[in-house]
Design a protein around this ligand. Structure first.
Ligand SMILES: [Zn+2]
Length: 293
């Protein structure tokens, strides 16, 4: 399941082909993604210009000249691919000639620039929705999301306030999209390791009784921002070096410190620990029991 850094990487990869160009034509091969596409999906896109491509948590938001916003979510297995119309001018390095219709290409955007953007999703947990911009604040997919972890407003005080009185584990609290948006299993594990905090620690222990942040909350916010920044940088370099024949945006190699490293040495300097795997709320947690307290 893509998390915030992967979605941000996709946003940066798509921005040059989405922003500033019109939807010349929209093809829908399967209208039943996670939810059915709206009946007027094509009509509300065709002829409209994208005036900006943003991101909120794991949603991509394409602002349209009509006042609508196209919301897109990758789900479990969704990916965007960018192609060049045959005979079109050269666009960018990660463009590829589109030989033929590919299985699971459910939605195809023909851009007025000559680029073709396909949305491919074998498991169909991805979704697309069109919402009027002035109704975005009331949109149920977005309006319960917590703060953006890379936003300036997200700091130790905000995280501590969200964790005050919470008797769940830190792992569960950080995975809760209402506490902080966009983190999933991988980056929660990685952020906790950077912050040297145990995933089993009770969430309320990063705040005083009155909700003021302590030094743990400071470390945790630093760890969250650092791990996301590093992953986005890694994603950015994977876009620049893109040589995969399928033009896939969204998959890149990370260097994880604990995730999927069960039984291997902890890489914290001078820590003699071994990475351990436990199960919390049905998901694997990887951590070092020696340096994460
Ligand atoms: Zn360790």
């Amino acid at each position: 399941m893509p998390e915030l850094p992967e979605v941000e990487t996709v946003r940066r990869g798509l921005e040059p082909v989405m922003d500033g160009a019109r939807f010349a034509k929209v093809e829908v091969h399967r209208g039943d993604l996670r939810w059915p596409l709206p009946k007027d999906f094509k009509e509300r896109l065709q002829g409209k210009t994208v005036t900006g491509l943003g991101r909120r948590a794991k949603y991509l938001l394409a602002d349209l000249s009509s006042g609508d916003v196209l919301l897109m979510h990758l789900g479990m297995s969704g990916s965007f691919h960018v192609f060049r119309e045959t005979g079109g001018k050269k666009l960018a390095r990660y463009y590829h000639a589109r030989e033929k219709h590919v299985a699971h290409d459910h939605v195809v955007f023909h851009r007025s620039s000559g680029a073709i953007v396909t949305f491919n999703d074998p498991r169909r947990f991805g979704s697309m929705k069109i919402v009027a911009r002035d109704r975005l604040d009331a949109e149920p997919l977005l309006n319960r999301l917590g703060p953006e972890p890379l936003g300036n407003a997200f700091d130790a005080a905000m995280l501590a306030a969200a964790c005050t009185g919470k008797k769940t584990s830190l792992k569960a609290a950080l995975s809760d999209q209402r506490v902080v948006a966009g983190l999933g299993n991988i980056y929660v594990c990685e952020a906790l390791h950077r912050a040297r905090l145990s995933p089993k620690r009770i969430a309320s222990t990063i705040a005083s009784k009155t909700g003021a942040p302590n030094e743990r909350a400071e470390r945790l916010v630093e760890g969250i921002k650092a791990v996301l920044d590093d992953a986005i940088k890694a994603g950015g370099s994977s876009l620049r070096d893109h040589k995969r024949p399928d033009g896939d945006l969204g998959a890149f190699q990370h260097h994880f410190r604990v995730y999927d490293r069960e039984g291997q040495r902890c890489i914290t300097p001078h820590c003699p620990g071994t990475v351990k795997r436990i199960v919390q709320n049905g998901r694997s947690t990887f951590y070092c029991p020696i340096c994460q307290k």
